[in-house]
Design a protein around this ligand. Structure first.
Ligand code: ARG
Length: 586
C-alpha cells in the first residue's frame, strides 16, 4: 500500500479514537507538498472539522496527532499555520520500501482485491473509410487505459466497435459487382487497393446514376435479409479494410477484439420492441424514438433519440443500445469505457439515459464516455497534408520514423559514432512511434493538441526521447558496473541506504508509481502517468548530476546502483503501461 493510503488509514483510526465513530471515513485530504519546508504531505482536515466539533483547528490538530500512530512511517507530525498537519516520511521507512520493491516484479504494487470486468471500447474505425487521426487518438489512449487496468488485475475486454454496417454498403457492393464482376468467385483474397479511393469512386457512381442508386438500395435489402451473395461481398470489403487496420495495430502493438456494429444486428429489433413494451417508445414523424429528459431542441421542444428510422432501418444509437445491453448482460461488465472524441458526447449522454430508463444500465454498472479533443496542425487548424488532404495514418507514422532516423543519424555523426543500419532502424522505429504515442498521452486528453514532429521528437522536455534517454543512461551505468541489470536483485545484497538530498527526493518519487497508476485508473487520464515518469526522469537526472555512482565507495556504490536499477524498472514498467518499449542504447 502506498504511503498516502497508509496515512489515510491511520488518520481514520485517529479520528474515531479522538472524536468517535461519527468521524469514520472523513477524508484527511493529504496533499503532497512540493516544498520540503512542509514535509512530504500535508493534512488539512483540522480546519474542516472546526465547525462540526466547535473547536479551534489547532486544538483539533493536537488531538488528532495525539491519537495518530504513524511512527513507523513518519517523523513526529508537526502543526503549522492555522492547523495544518505536516508529515515527513522517515528515511528508514523509505529504505525498507525500496528494499521490498527490489525483489518484486510488480515493484511493490499488489493487484486490486476485487477485480472488475471492464469493457474498453476504443479505436473503432469505419470500414471503407479513412482511419483518421481521431481514431489514432482513441487507439493510443484506449490502449494505455486498458494496459493500466490490466496491470491492476482487472479483466479487460478490449473491444473494437468497428463501423461495419449501414446503407453505404449497398453502394460499395454495387460498385464491387461493377468493377470486379468475378470478385466473389475468385478464391484468392481480392486486392482492391485503397478502399478509401474505392469508396469515393463508388460515391461518384451513386450520385450520378439512377440505376446504380436503385441497385444499391436493392443491395442493402439483400444484405439485411441475409442474401448470400450480398453477404459475401460485404465480407470481402470488411476483410480488405481489416487488413489495412491491422497494419496500423501491428505497427503500434495494439491488441483488440473486433466486435463491430454488425455483431448486434440480431438484437436491434428486440431493443426497439423492449423499449416499446416499457412504454418508452413514441412515434415522431414516422420514426420510432424515445423523448429525452432534460434535452430540448432549438424551439424548446423535447429532443427525441431516434432508434428506428421511418424506413424501418436502425441507426448508430440503436446499435449502441444493443451493445450496451449485451456488455452488461452477457459480458457481465462492471464498468464500460468508451474512448471516443468529444464530438460524440451528447450521443453517449442520450444512449446512457435511455439505457438507464429502460433499466438496462443500473447503478451497479459504471458507463463512462471518455472524450478527447482534436488533433490540430501547427497552424492550429485541422491536421492536413501540405497539399491540403487528410493525413493518412500510415504516412503519419512513417514520417515520424523517418524524422527520428534523421535525428539519430545526425546525433551519431556529431558524436563520431557509427552503428549498423539495423540498429539505427530499430532505434528510429521505437523513437518515432513512441514519440507519436507519448505526445498524445502526455496531453490532458480533453484538450485539443497540436501535432508537431519537432516537439514530440525533441530530446528535451516532456517527450518520449527524453524519457527513453533516461533509461538508456541507466542501462549504460548498468553495463559499466559489471552487474547484469536483468538479474540485479539477486546480484546485490547490500541494504538500501539513502543520504544525499537528491537520493531522498528520487526515493520518494519511486514510491509514487502506485498512486500515479491509480490516478489513471480512476480519472482515465494517462497524462498523470506521463507526468509521473517525466518527473522521475528529471529527479533521476538530478541525482545523477549530484552523486557519483560508479566511482562511489562501497557500500554506497551498491546502494546507488540500487536506486539506478529501481528507476530503470519503474521507467520500463510505466512506459510499458503507455504502450512504449524502452531501448538499452540509442
Ligand atoms: N465508428 C465510430 C466513429 O468512427 C466510433 C465508435 C465508437 N464506439 C461506440 N460504441 N459508439 O465515429
Amino acid at each position: 500500500m502506498s504511503a498516502i493510503a497508509l496515512l489515510a488509514e491511520q488518520f481514520d483510526r485517529a479520528l474515531i479514537a479522538a472524536f468517535g465513530a461519527d468521524f469514520a471515513g472523513t477524508d484527511p485530504l493529504l496533499a503532497a507538498t512540493n516544498n520540503p519546508k512542509f514535509g512530504d504531505y500535508q493534512a488539512n482536515l483540522a480546519m474542516s472539522l472546526a465547525k462540526p466539533l466547535k473547536q479551534k483547528p489547532r486544538d483539533i490538530a493536537t488531538q488528532i496527532i495525539a491519537a495518530l500512530d504513524v511512527s513507523d512511517l513518519c517523523e513526529p507530525p508537526e502543526i503549522a499555520g492555522p492547523g495544518f498537519i505536516n508529515l515527513r516520511l522517515k528515511t528508514s521507512y523509505l529504505e525498507a520500501q525500496l528494499q521490498q520493491m527490489l525483489t518484486d516484479d510488480r515493484l511493490g504494487i499488489a493487484p486490486v482485491q476485487d477485480p472488475q470486468t471492464i469493457v474498453v471500447d476504443f479505436s473503432s474505425p469505419n470500414i471503407a473509410k479513412e482511419m483518421h487521426v481521431g481514431h489514432l487518438r482513441s487507439t493510443i489512449i484506449g490502449d494505455a487505459i486498458a494496459r493500466v487496468l490490466e496491470f491492476q488485475g482487472h479483466n479487460v475486454l478490449r473491444l473494437n466497435h468497428v463501423g461495419d454496417w449501414g446503407t453505404q454498403f449497398g453502394m460499395l457492393i454495387t460498385y464491387l459487382r461493377e468493377v470486379y464482376p468475378d470478385a466473389l468467385t475468385k478464391a484468392d483474397a481480392l486486392d482492391i487497393g485503397d478502399l478509401v479511393t474505392f469508396y469515393k469512386q463508388a460515391k461518384v457512381r451513386f450520385d450520378d446514376d439512377e440505376a446504380f442508386k436503385e441497385a444499391s438500395r436493392q443491395a442493402v435489402v439483400g444484405l439485411q435479409t441475409g442474401d448470400a451473395e450480398a453477404r459475401q461481398a460485404w465480407q470481402l470489403l470488411c476483410d480488405q479494410s481489416r487488413r489495412e487496420f491491422q497494419k496500423i495495430y501491428d505497427q503500434l502493438d495494439i491488441q483488440l477484439e473486433e466486435r463491430g456494429e454488425s455483431f448486434y444486428n440480431d438484437a436491434l429489433a428486440s431493443v426497439v420492441r423492449d423499449l416499446d413494451i416499457l412504454g418508452l417508445l413514441q412515434e415522431d414523424d414516422g420514426a420510432q424514438c424515445v423523448f429525452l429528459d432534460g434535452y430540448t431542441n432549438k424551439n424548446g421542444d423535447p429532443l427525441p433519440l431516434i432508434v428506428q428510422k421511418t424506413n424501418g432501418g436502425y441507426n448508430y444509437a440503436t446499435t449502441d443500445l444493443a451493445a450496451l445491453r449485451y456488455r452488461i448482460t452477457t459480458d457481465r461488465a462492471d464498468r464500460i469505457i468508451y474512448i471516443v472524441d468529444v464530438g460524440q458526447s451528447s450521443h453517449f449522454e442520450h444512449v446512457f439515459q435511455v439505457a438507464r430508463r429502460a433499466g438496462w444500465l443500473t447503478d451497479e454498472v459504471e458507463a463512462q464516455h471518455v472524450p478527447f479533443g482534436l488533433v490540430q496542425g501547427e497552424d492550429g487548424k485541422k491536421l492536413k497534408t501540405r497539399a491540403g488532404d487528410t493525413v493518412r495514418l500510415r504516412d503519419l507514422l512513417d514520417e515520424a520514423i523517418d524524422r527520428a532516423k534523421a535525428d539519430i543519424e545526425q546525433r551519431l555523426a556529431s558524436e563520431d559514432r557509427s552503428e549498423p543500419a539495423d540498429f539505427i532502424d530499430h532505434v528510429a522505429t521505437v523513437v518515432g512511434l513512441s514519440s507519436v504515442k507519448y505526445a498524445d498521452l502526455s496531453q490532458n486528453r480533453t484538450s485539443n493538441y497540436i501535432f508537431s514532429y519537432d516537439k514530440m521528437l525533441a530530446m528535451q522536455g516532456n517527450t518520449a526521447p527524453y524519457l527513453l534517454y533516461a533509461y538508456v543512461r541507466i542501462a549504460g551505468i548498468g553495463r559499466k558496473s559489471g552487474i547484469d541489470f536483468n538479474d540485479f536483485s539477486s546480484a546485490i545484497n547490500t541494504v538500501v541506504t539513502l543520504s544525499d538530498h537528491t537520493e531522498l527526493v528520487l526515493a520518494k518519487h519511486l514510491l509514487g508509481l502506485e498512486d500515479a497508476i491509480e490516478a489513471v485508473a480512476i480519472e482515465l487520464l494517462p497524462n498523470r502517468l506521463c507526468q509521473y515518469l517525466f518527473e522521475l526522469s528529471q529527479k533521476f537526472n538530478q541525482f545523477y548530476d549530484q552523486c557519483s555512482i560508479l566511482q562511489a565507495k562501497e557500500p554506497q556504490r551498491s546502494a546507488r546502483l540500487q536506486l539506478c536499477y529501481l528507476t530503470a524498472q519503474t521507467l520500463r514498467q510505466g512506459l510499458s503501461l503507455l504502450g512504449i518499449n524502452v531501448l538499452k542504447r540509442m
